[in-house]
Design a protein around this ligand. Structure first.
Ligand code: SF4
Length: 299
């Protein structure tokens, strides 16, 4: 890969005070080592930092992504305007390399131009669009309302695979009932929710917003912690909302595979990704487990 990338922490204009990409010491080493490809049970994903060459110039091993689910940006926001040309290029690559689905998660409201760029992926359901809905406007530079409106516009534009994801869900701080109410009022029937990774040092400013006893529930060395899940599920069911995991959402209604392959062949391709100097396995599961899971989802 002829990539000249610079080291440094991720940059994102949403500037969440709890940013799990830039404010976790646990992860900082990945970015200092220029890790730009990630692999986990949901997808393979690629990152581009603002100072990197464009996605087109970075020459990722696209052939190794065939029949997989591809995410874009785990360290910034895919709808940041500076990544518009990347988005255009990604659409081309998804179609060229039979990548099953482009999986995007954002907090920046999508523009009409970005909807237009993604349009070629609409037929065949080749793009899955998630918005992170948090209800924590004081901690982010976009608003929950603008993100729900973005999801509505995506739905109205005819995309079939869109999902509000309550992430992070911070038990005792996230206004979950209000969020569910907004989702229901706007015609959404499904949602997902995920826990929170807390780093008391990297996220010191959170103490000015979130009560200490709430934060203490999450002091688990930067691991993702989900508290209060039964309460969230009970409330969702009372309000007529159905939960779906993000991984299941990405993988449902897959584009049928038109070439034959075996687990062994897919594992070989995946080893090409795993052995790449810019790859990191971003999963708490073992490498073997991730490898087997990723190989199966490609068949
Ligand atoms: S949107 Fe994501 S990458 Fe950007 S600051 Fe927030 S948590 Fe970090």
């Amino acid at each position: 890969m002829a990539v000249e990338i610079k080291t440094g922490l991720p940059v994102c204009p949403v500037a969440c005070k709890y940013c799990m990409a830039s404010k976790l010491h646990l992860r900082a080493d990945y970015w200092k080592q220029c890790k730009r490809i990630g692999l986990n049970k949901s997808s393979v994903f690629i990152n581009r930092a603002p100072n990197d060459p464009s996605l087109q110039e970075m020459n990722f091993p696209w052939d190794l992504f065939q029949w997989d689910y591809l995410g874009y940006q785990g360290t910034s926001d895919c709808f940041w305007s500076i990544f518009k040309d990347d988005l255009r290029y990604l659409v081309k690559m998804v179609l060229k390399w039979n990548i099953r689905r482009l999986c995007l998660i954002s907090k920046i409201p999508i523009t009409d131009e970005q909807i237009e760029i993604l349009n070629p992926l609409k037929d065949g359901r080749r793009v899955a669009l998630c918005y992170s809905i948090t209800g924590m406007d004081a901690l982010e530079k976009t608003t929950t309302k603008s993100r729900i409106e973005a999801l509505v516009r995506i739905r109205e534009a005819g995309f079939k695979d869109y999902l509000p994801v309550i992430h992070p869900y911070i038990h005792g701080y996230t206004p979950i009932k209000e969020i569910f109410q907004e989702l229901r009022d706007n015609g959404f029937k499904e949602f997902s929710f995920k826990g929170f990774r807390y780093d008391p040092e990297g996220m010191e400013s959170l103490r000015g917003y979130i009560p200490e006893p709430v934060l203490q529930q999450y002091e688990k060395g930067g691991q993702e912690v989900l508290v209060g899940e039964e309460e969230v599920r009970k409330l969702a069911s009372e309000m007529g909302l159905r939960e779906i995991g993000v991984k299941d959402f990405y993988h449902r209604n897959p584009m049928p595979r038109t070439t034959s392959s075996t687990i062994k062949e897919e594992k070989e391709k995946l080893m090409g990704i795993i052995n790449h100097p810019y790859t990191v396995i971003s999963s708490s599961a073992s490498t073997d487990d991730v490898l087997n899971y990723c190989a199966s989802r490609r068949l």
